[in-house]
Every structure is written in structure tokens, then in C-alpha cells.
Design a protein around this ligand. Structure first.
Ligand code: ADP
Ligand code: MG
Ligand code: MG
Length: 524
């Protein structure tokens, strides 16, 4: 395992070395916007954290060791993965069958589907382009029963909405390179941290280029009086991750001359409108500040709206419907959002399932499809099929549930149920086994443990950690609603990466959710 090959990584530091490294992390991070707003529990009650404060984002002090072949493979297959999810989002009949089953037991999914149905009835006006900024998450897996086997990547999940840290991840890579260049890292034997082991991370430039490409594809203003154009980031309120988003917004302005505004999801109805007399339904955003010049929104980038807790009133659903029916290009549309459901991942990963090949065979070679299949961990439905019944027997048995994670159709961390907590949870759902269908059961991936130090909320903690590699993608395609599954991919590229690292003892690794840190890879 990686950890046992390099037991002395990261290198031990003297207290002088530690002070030097640490003060540079603090200064460089604030100087370069590798920052978050502090959570309210971290600041004095007298200070409103949304006003002006920033602290260093949770980061690792060293880049984490990561197998080079796994890193290259994850990047190499990203465009095929982008294509796969574009196909799924485009095949409304197939997606609808899956979603309707979920909707019977899951109100949130049902509400999302209803929004899509309502817009479909009225007629989509943005039929040509659809854009998404997915993040495909992996962990390194090494079969413990095969000591000589090479490590491989296994998919944790595919996110189609609100993938975060594209702004900060490039900065962590730059921070670790900076620390190397100022000799903040003592030499290791063998020499591990070097310019060639720290790959470039173009996530900011590449994701921004994706949004700018959608902006351009929108074309001219569709309003009667031609309005200036902008992109709109739909964000949370309060939004701790503002600097991550600002990194993308700033790049959009400086490199592409595209103006971006950030708007809380809860303020969508009060700050945007669609003129009643305009059949092309442009989305008009009027900033609250003077001179209140209205802009037409070309592209909506959702960094919110992925959790039922955000839809806490009928107005919230009206807001999502309002955005979906507009002419703006959505990252993502409701169909693309739904394509990212954990249930879809389970269907694709079922070994006997023909769907993966069905979706990709016209554009990808059998070898490429196989490479995608190799990234799947075992995932089971909880239904009446033979696999489903087997999974239910595991999920209800205290002896057997070890080694599994149960997942609902949710995003954003903190929703899964792990190992021995699964049987009592299933019991709490009651006798109606139909409810089980809203969940999938997945084998836990067991990545080799590494060591690192995490700087978070002013404290450094060192110990065993686990890394999760995300690869960003940009995909823009022409959505043909008339013919089943037909689509035309206009742009498709891999858009940089993200390494998130968490303490080995922690079940979930969400950086924003409070358990993890943003990291960079040191390839071995
Ligand atoms: P979410 O959409 O909420 O991020 P995930 O499927 O990514 O849901 O699960 C959240 C976290 O749980 C992951 O970041 C990872 O740390 C852990 N996790 C999820 N699935 C697995 C798995 N199969 N093996 C090991 N850890 C997992
Ligand atoms: Mg996740
Ligand atoms: Mg997710």
C-alpha cells in the first residue's frame, strides 16, 4: 500500500521549519484568496461573519501522495463520462422511468420532476444548449486480498449540480508549489515533492472557459430592448464559499469579458423576472444597487438548490420553476440535475445492465466503455429483483452490514448511513418496503491510509487521512427533445481536478460540511 511504501511522508519538521511553513500558508492563502468565510461558531457573537471576514480555507500543509497512473486514468476518461451523463440527461424517456419510481417515495425528486413536467408542458425555450459542470469523485482502491495488485480508481459518485472548490483547488495546488519553491518542505528520501510530482491544476481557467462558452452560445439578447448580457451564479445565503465562486467570476471578467453576479437562491423571485409579453422568455436580472441597470442572464450556474432544506417554502419551488422556464442556459437543467441521482449510478454499475454500452456505444470504443466500467464499485438496489432482495438481506442484518454504505438521493454530504447504523435505519423506515427503493447500497471503498496535516479553523491536526479525487468536466450539447436520445455534443473537455482529504476516522469528507480539507496531489 502507498502508506507502507512511504512511511516517512510527510517529513517530520523541526519547530522552526514548522513555524516557517505555517506562517507562509497563512499569508499566502489570504494574499491569494485561498479563503472561506468563517462559520459563525468560529467568530465572536458580536461579529456578523457575512460582513467582511475571511479565514484560510481548510487545507492540508503537504500535498498528499497519489498514484500517478490512477490520476492519469481519472483525467483520461472524464470526457467519456461527460458524454455519458449528457446522453442520460437527453434520454428523457429512460430517465423519466427511473425518476418516476423514485418520485413515488421521495417528495424532493417528485418536486424536481414536476418542475420539468410543467416547463415541458409550456414548452422549453432553451432547446438548443445545455451545459453542465460535473465533478466525478473517486477514491483509490487496493484489494487487500491481493498484495501485488496495482491500485485502481473507484467511483464514489458523479455530481451534476453545484460542484464546488473549482476556484480553491487550483489555489491549493499553487500553494503547495509555492511552499516547495520557497524551501518550506524539507527534502525527503526518496525525493517525492518536486515540480514534476505536482501537476498543474487549470480548474479556474478551465471551468470559467466552460461558463464563458455557454455564455457565447446563448447568442444575442432575446429581449425587445437589447440588454447587456451577464451570467448569474445562484448561491446559498449565507455563503461561506464566496471566494471559491469569486475566483471563477473574476476569471470570467478578466479572461472573457463576461460579467457575473451572485444571487442567493432565496432571492431569485425578487431580483429576476421574465417579461410576460416575451415568448422567448429572457431572464432579466436587476441588481439591487444603483444604477439598477437590468441585465439579461445567458447562463445560470447553480451553487445552491441541491438540497431539500433549501426548498423550505412554496416560493422556493416557484423560484426553481421560474429559472427552468427561462431562456438562460442552465448548469444544470432539471434533467441533468436528476441524471446525477445515486440511483442512476447504481443502474449503470449493475454488471448485467446493458445501459452503459447502450448510451456510449455510438461514440466510444468497447475498450473505453470497459475503462469506465472498471471504475464502478459494487452498488445494489433495494427492490424486488434478485440483487435487490440480496441487498435488503444485507441491509437488515447487523452481522452483514459492515463494509457497506446506504445512500439516499441527496447531495452535499452528511446524508449517508454507514455500516452498523444501516439495519436500525432500515427498520425505522417501517414495514413498507417500497420506501427502500429511494436508497442504494454500496460497497465501501477502502483507500490506503496516508498521513498528512490539516489546517482548519486556526488549528493543525496531523494523522491518518483518506483522499478523494474529483475531476471536473465541461460539456455543452444541443438537446434534441423530439427524437429519443439524439444529441449533438458541441464542447467536451476535462477541466482540472480537486483532492479533498479527511481524517481516516471521519465517515464523510465534505470540506464545507465541516470534516475535510482541500488538498493537492503529489504523484508517485
Ligand atoms: P454526496 O453527494 O452527499 O457528496 P457521496 O456519495 O459523495 O454523497 O458520499 C459522501 C461521502 O461519503 C464521500 O465524500 C465519501 O467520503 C463517503 N463515501 C461515499 N461513498 C463511499 C464508498 N462507497 N466508500 C467509501 N466512502 C464513501
Ligand atoms: Mg460527494
Ligand atoms: Mg454529490
Amino acid at each position: 500500500m502507498v502508506a507502507s511504501i512511504y512511511p516517512d511522508y510527510p517529513p517530520a519538521l523541526t519547530s522552526e521549519q514548522s513555524d516557517y511553513l505555517f506562517s507562509n500558508v497563512k499569508d499566502w492563502s489570504i494574499l491569494n484568496g485561498l479563503a472561506v468565510r468563517p462559520s459563525s461558531s468560529f467568530v465572536s457573537e458580536k461579529i456578523d461573519p457575512s460582513r467582511s471576514l475571511a479565514v484560510t480555507a481548510p487545507v492540508t500543509l503537504f500535498p498528499s501522495l497519489f498514484p500517478r497512473a490512477c490520476f492519469q486514468e481519472a483525467r483520461a476518461i472524464q470526457t467519456a463520462y461527460n458524454e455519458l451523463y449528457a446522453c442520460i440527461a437527453n434520454d428523457e424517456d429512460w430517465l423519466g422511468e427511473v425518476v418516476k419510481e423514485l418520485a413515488e417515495v421521495d417528495d424532493y425528486i417528485s418536486n424536481l420532476w414536476n418542475v420539468h413536467q410543467a416547463v415541458k408542458k409550456e414548452g422549453y425555450v432553451q432547446v438548443l444548449q445545455n451545459c453542465s459542470l460535473p465533478l466525478q469523485d473517486y477514491m483509490v482502491h487496493k484489494d487487500p486480498s491481493k498484495p501485488d495488485a496495482e491500485p485502481e480508481i473507484k467511483q464514489v459518485e458523479f455530481n451534476t449540480i453545484a460542484s464546488s472548490f473549482g476556484g480553491l483547488s487550483a489555489k491549493v495546488s499553487a500553494l503547495h508549489k509555492h511552499l516547495l519553491s520557497i524551501s518550506a518542505y524539507p527534502p525527503t528520501t526518496p525525493s517525492l515533492i518536486s515540480d514534476t510530482s505536482l501537476p498543474p491544476n487549470p480548474s479556474i481557467a478551465s471551468i470559467s472557459r466552460g461558463i464563458a462558452t455557454a455564455h457565447k452560445a446563448y447568442g444575442r439578447s432575446k429581449n425587445n430592448t437589447q440588454l447587456p448580457l451577464c451570467t448569474l451564479f445562484i448561491v446559498q445565503d449565507p455563503e461561506n464559499n464566496a471566494f471559491d465562486q469569486q475566483a471563477l467570476a473574476t476569471n470570467l471578467l478578466t479572461d472573457h469579458s463576461v460579467l457575473t453576479f451572485r444571487l442567493p437562491f432565496s432571492a431569485v423571485l425578487s431580483h429576476t423576472s421574465i417579461p410576460a409579453d416575451s415568448p422567448s422568455r429572457p431572464l432579466i436580472y436587476t441588481p439591487p444597487h444603483s444604477p439598477r441597470t437590468p441585465y439579461e442572464v445567458t447562463t445560470l450556474y447553480f451553487r445552491a438548490g441541491y438540497s431539500p432544506a433549501e426548498y423550505n417554502s412554496p416560493e422556493s419551488w416557484k423560484g426553481r420553476l421560474h429559472l427552468e422556464r427561462s431562456a438562460a442556459i442552465k448548469c444544470p437543467s432539471i434533467l441533468t440535475h436528476l441524471a446525477g441521482s445515486k440511483k442512476i449510478q447504481q443502474i449503470l454499475a449493475t454488471p448485467s445492465s446493458p445501459h452503459l454500452s447502450h448510451f456510449l456505444s455510438s461514440t466510444s470504443s468497447a475498450a473505453c466503455i470497459n475503462r469506465i466500467r472498471n471504475t464502478f464499485a459494487a452498488i445494489y438496489p433495494l427492490d424486488d429483483t434478485a440483487e435487490g432482495k440480496h441487498a435488503i438481506s444485507i441491509a437488515t442484518d447487523t452481522e452483514n452490514a459492515r463494509g457497506y454504505v446506504l445512500k439516499p438521493q441527496r447531495e452535499g454530504g452528511g446524508n449517508n448511513i454507514y455500516e452498523l447504523k444501516i439495519p436500525p435505519f432500515i427498520k425505522s423506515l417501517g414495514d413498507n418496503s417500497k420506501k427502500y427503493r429511494g436508497y442504494i447500497l454500496m460497497n465501501l471503498i477502502e483507500p490506503p491510509a496516508l498521513r498528512n496535516s490539516v489546517f482548519r479553523n486556526g488549528e493543525v491536526r496531523s494523522g491518518e487521512v483518506i483522499g478523494e479525487l474529483g475531476v471536473y468536466g465541461v460539456c455543452l450539447w444541443r438537446h434534441c427533445r423530439s427524437e429519443k436520445g439524439e444529441r449533438e455534443i458541441l464542447e467536451n473537455w476535462e477541466a482540472g481536478h480537486l483532492l479533498r482529504t479527511k481524517g481516516r476516522e471521519s465517515e464523510e469528507g465534505g470540506v464545507a460540511a465541516g470534516f475535510g480539507a482541500v488538498d493537492s496531489v503529489c504523484l508517485i
